[in-house]
Design a protein around this ligand. Structure first.
Ligand SMILES: [Fe+2]
Length: 163
């Protein structure tokens, strides 16, 4: 399952906030900046959702500014489809390997730091393939409006419609 990880806030005053956000096992870092309401990976030209899936990488995602909504699908989970809200300065979202994921930023965009844990034997090319949900029947079925609704975390249905 995915996890929401809290971290130590050393100092939290109106003007200074100081956090230790170390993910001890992380051996790769990426920083993703969304300008405005970006979708990552972007939808196909006919508006089908696309997803990333890392076979050999765990993501640990911390929003540094703005907000972003993550769509997670993993067929190993009891409920395969979850929608998780990430907001600046809140918990770190840990996504295990083998999980389809896509994200949509709020209207003002967002900056997310990923402290990844990547297997030594893999490559960036293998880990950053994009999967079109329309071409993967099970993925399409689970995320379609006809399927059981996703489990929502950290947001209400009003926010979901706005995302
Ligand atoms: Fe990822």
């Amino acid at each position: 399952m995915f996890e929401l990880i809290s971290y130590e806030r050393f100092r939290d005053t109106p003007k200074v906030r100081f956090f230790d956000v170390t993910i001890a096992q992380s051996n790769a870092r990426d920083l993703v900046y969304h300008e405005g309401p970006a979708i990552s990976p972007h939808n196909t030209s006919d508006q089908y959702w696309q997803f990333y899936l890392h076979p050999h990488q765990e993501d640990n995602l911390l929003a540094l500014s703005g907000g972003r909504t993550f769509y997670l699908v993993n067929f190993q989970w009891e409920t395969p489809f979850h929608i998780v809200r990430l907001e600046a300065g809140k918990d770190i979202l840990r996504i295990p390997p083998g999980t389809f994921h896509r994200s949509v930023s709020d209207a003002d965009g967002s900056i997310v730091l990923n402290q990844a844990v990547r297997a030594e034997t893999t490559s960036i090319q293998k880990e950053f393939r994009v999967y079109n949900s329309f071409k993967i029947p099970k993925l399409y079925e689970v995320t379609s409006v006809a399927a059981a609704p996703p489990r929502i975390h950290g947001m209400d249905s009003t926010m979901l419609r706005a995302a």
